[in-house]
Design a protein around this ligand. Structure first.
Ligand SMILES: [Zn+2]
Length: 382
């Protein structure tokens, strides 16, 4: 059965605020101390510390007279934070992520609970060391059994709970439609059907608000209460931008998955492109990486296929009509006429058509199409 993640906002009682602050603090402490230990072990003795070793160390830390407070919170999130650090290291060694960094007090906080540390009775959710169930705003229901619960507080001070639920998901009825998707900036996506999504440019929409909040923050004295409040205001604007971006991407990917059996999309090295400062904001607004990630896991849920096309495929410069490829096509050229067959081409729709054709070719060759399907099912849904 696939796993599906559900995320809800909740409103903690004063006791829960207290317990969570303490838990987040302990999680941060254990994570950071373990990271420091592993770093030192490597630089000083070229020694690689395993998860089991760091787990044994934690047992020792909890016995230190000045660290007895580590025993006041559930031990599960502490253990989980060591697991996360381990994952961080293996991702780093496999070249998939940067070196793990220290957790800061003012960045988003989280604590992960596995089955032994929470109770779900089908209606309410109670986590270890808390007397009351969480006051959750159930925006949508789920049917399966939660296996992991993550409680988090974002920089804007909002509390969320994410449940990883093992759940039977009904496949969507098969439709005989294939689509090519060209991602871009003017439109987040242009489809081979000629449809354009537009780009809501969330950052620009909130730019004035953000500038105002940042200006206020800059004037506040360091360490003052007013500065803390001003900082929270800035974080709230950022949270609004992130929410709007996420909603847009979810709607788009859900529609694409619902309406198409096969979705062909370019495989993007988004991170490298975001380094271009002139385009960075527009590209983060377009949320390309997240778009592809969502397409892939939703395809896994609903029995659709996502075909990733190598990003060096000349999708823009090739005429989708006759296959003629021009040597150069400046980024500013939005419309062009194929010198070979005289077809009038829209740059993005033409690219989407080429992506579709390439995707169908990949499928016809029977290559391994979607390795992500294998580990499918894990993603968030709202
Ligand atoms: Zn042509």
């Amino acid at each position: 059965m696939p796993f599906k993640a559900y995320r809800y906002r909740f409103y903690p009682t004063p006791e829960q605020v207290q317990n969570l602050a303490q838990t987040f603090g302990c999680v941060r402490y254990v994570y950071n101390r373990s990271l420091r230990y592993r770093q030192d072990a490597w630089y000083e003795r070229q020694e690689n510390v395993s998860y089991l070793q760091s787990s044994a160390l934690l047992t020792g830390w909890k016995k230190e007279p000045e660290r007895l407070w580590l025993n006041e919170v559930s031990s599960v999130p502490l253990q989980q934070s060591l697991r996360h650090l381990q994952t961080g290291y293996s991702n780093f060694f496999k070249g998939r992520a940067k070196y793990p960094h220290f957790k800061k007090k003012d960045s988003p906080q989280s604590a992960e609970y596995t089955t032994s540390a929470f109770k779900w009775d089908g209606e309410t959710l109670k986590i270890a060391k808390q007397a009351e169930p969480l006051d959750i705003r159930w925006s949508r229901r789920f049917t399966g059994k939660p296996t992991t619960v993550t409680v988090s507080k974002d920089a804007a001070g909002r509390y969320f709970v994410s449940l990883l639920v093992e759940e039977e998901i009904a496949l969507l009825p098969v439709v005989n439609v294939t689509v090519g998707v060209d991602v871009g900036i003017k439109d987040v996506a242009v489809l081979s059907t000629g449809e354009r999504t537009g780009n809501p440019r969330h950052t620009a929409k909130y730019a004035a608000k953000l500038a105002k909040a940042q200006k206020r923050l800059a004037k506040k004295q360091k360490g003052s209460n007013n500065r803390r409040k001003a900082k929270l205001k800035v974080a709230r604007v950022h949270a609004k931008i992130a929410d709007a971006r996420r909603d847009f991407t979810h709607q788009l990917t859900t529609t694409l998955i619902r309406e198409n059996q096969v979705i062909c999309v370019e495989n993007l090295a988004v991170k490298n492109m975001v380094k271009n400062p002139a385009l960075a904001k527009a590209i983060s607004d377009s949320n390309w990486g997240e778009l592809v990630r969502q397409l892939e896991y939703k395809a896994g849920w609903y029995g659709r296929t996502v075909v990733s096309i190598d990003r060096w495929f000349p999708s823009s410069k090739r005429c989708a009509c006759c296959g003629h490829t021009v040597a150069k096509l400046d980024l500013s050229v939005r419309q062009w006429t194929c010198p070979e067959c005289d077809t009038e081409l829209d740059r993005d729709v033409n690219a989407a058509l080429n992506i579709k054709a390439a995707g169908l070719a990949v499928l016809a060759c029977g290559e391994t199409v979607n390795p992500v399907l294998a580990k499918a099912g894990i993603g968030s849904s709202r």
